[in-house]
Design a protein around this ligand. Structure first.
Ligand SMILES: [Zn+2]
Length: 84
């Protein structure tokens, strides 16, 4: 999402390291047992920094769109792109 690629910073060792974020917080799903997660729709791969920001304010959940906007509005725009 922010374009960070771990292998660019840490080399081959870190290849494809990413966190998986649930777009709908599991706490908001009433029926866990019968809820089927559709990976393409429900999950998104994000770097640990973005993942931390998505959960930074537990009382004010941040969605992907909001985080992208926050990054656009942030002072340092040097490495923002849409690479996911
Ligand atoms: Zn990120």
């Amino acid at each position: 999402m922010c374009g960070l690629r771990f292998e660019e910073r840490y080399g081959e060792f870190a290849r494809e390291y990413m966190h998986v974020h649930h777009k709908t917080p599991l706490s908001q799903i009433d029926d866990h047992q019968n809820h089927r997660i559709i990976p393409e729709a429900d999950l998104i791969a994000v770097c640990p920094n973005c993942h931390a920001m998505l959960h930074h304010h537990p009382d004010k959940p941040c969605d992907i769109k909001t985080l992208q906007q926050l990054m656009k509005d942030a002072p340092d725009k040097s490495d923002i792109n849409d690479r996911n």
